[in-house]
Design a protein around this ligand. Structure first.
Ligand code: ATP
Length: 347
């Protein structure tokens, strides 16, 4: 009953400005995919188009082999079997938990036994049986969010759409809820599209991440693949606190622009103007790779628990490093980088 999704050539302008620009996105049944992007990149607009809440200007949206939107044929939102969980949970305040769940099922013309069975199952898996007669105002934020998920599960949707579902929860609760929520949706094996602007959240929940930039998908791959090989500087700047340093690449070496450093050995074979991606955790002591060293001036040290996050200046460029100890501001630091970890991107 869960469906695959195929968005083909989706265009949408709002207020006279293109918001989605010939966007393609293909998701397998049962896959969990995050739409990750800065504010205004078009994530919510795409989600609303998939749900049928707004129409694209052109393109095709398919659930499995069924066209749910094209210029020729439109399946209305209530017949798309899409469940949505929003950041404000959107619960009915005057209805109890059970009523919130069963309200949506009434339009599906199910038998009373079927409704009762689905209600019990959804309340059980979300551990809400004890709260079934409470009103939303009598629940914590985390419990309200579980109700929103339970309501979604009870409807047995073909697709579940999450729009920043955790952003109203405090940091400590957010991680617990994230784990719990994904256990639930994984158990139901539903296709999930999860909108977030938090890269750590996208990495944690997704089979694949679609990184969005100004209405197009800049990269669509597994979290590991995006982390190891960001497609371009935009994606790299969005992921993992990477530093991006301009310079010149030649014969597997990279010379940082306007910096006194020696050329680094790198993994790539590009030539010409390029960008070096430095992942903070790749910094090693200077003797680990003695022929692949950089020197910078420490600008700050911030305690991160397992290490210190140093900001260092290499010529005019600032780089973030994870380091085992704090370093005094203004002192030089020599460190080395494993050559195969030095990702070079076309400028
Ligand atoms: N009804 C509208 N009229 C005009 N412009 C709109 C309308 N709705 C959205 N936009 C614009 O479309 C662009 C994309 O908005 P969208 O909400 O899809 O982005 P988003 O990636 O979800 O951002 P956020 O993370 O802030 O929710 C934004 O620049 C927004 O200002």
């Amino acid at each position: 009953m869960t469906a695959s999704l195929d968005c083909i050539g989706i265009c949408k302008s709002l207020g006279g400005r293109p918001v989605l620009d010939n966007l393609d996105l293909k998701i397998a049944a049962g896959e969990v995919v995050s739409l990750l992007g800065a504010s205004g990149s078009g994530k919510t607009t795409l989600l609303r188009i998939i749900a049928g809440l707004i129409n694209p200007d052109s393109g095709i949206v398919k659930f499995d082999d069924t066209v749910v939107w094209s210029r020729q044929s439109v399946v209305p939102p209530e017949r798309r079997r899409v469940g949505m969980v929003f950041q404000d949970y959107a619960l009915w305040p005057h209805m109890t938990v059970s009523q919130n769940l069963s309200f949506g099922l009434q339009s599906q013309r199910l038998s009373e036994t079927e409704v009762a069975g689905r209600l019990d199952h959804a309340l059980e898996v979300t551990r809400l049986i004890a709260y079934r007669n409470r009103y939303p105002a009598e629940l914590s934020g985390g419990q309200q969010q579980r109700v929103a998920i339970a309501r979604c599960l009870a409807a047995r949707p073909a697709l579940m759409l999450f729009d920043e579902p955790l952003s109203n929860l405090d940091a400590a609760l957010r991680e617990d809820m994230r784990v719990e929520m994904m256990e639930l949706v994984r158990r139901e094996a539903t296709t999930v599209i999860y909108v977030t602007h938090d890269q750590a959240e996208a990495m944690a929940v997704s089979d694949r991440i679609a990184v969005m930039r100004s209405g197009v998908i800049a990269q669509f791959d597994t979290p590991q693949a995006i982390y190891e090989a960001p497609a371009d500087a935009f994606v790299a700047s969005f992921i993992g606190g990477f530093s991006i340093v301009p310079g010149e690449a030649r014969d597997g070496r990279f010379k940082i622009e306007n910096a006194p450093a020696e050329a680094l050995r790198t993994g790539g074979a590009q030539s010409g103007s390029a960008l070096l991606v430095v992942r903070p955790e790749d910094a090693r002591p200077s003797d680990a790779y003695p022929d692949n060293r950089l020197q910078g001036i420490v600008q700050s040290s911030a305690f991160q628990g397992r290490c210190w996050r140093l900001m260092i200046d290499i010529g005019p460029h600032r780089v973030r490093l994870d380091w085992p100890q704090a370093m005094p501001t203004g002192t030089p630091l020599v460190f080395s980088l494993p050559p195969e970890r030095c990702v070079v991107l076309t400028a």
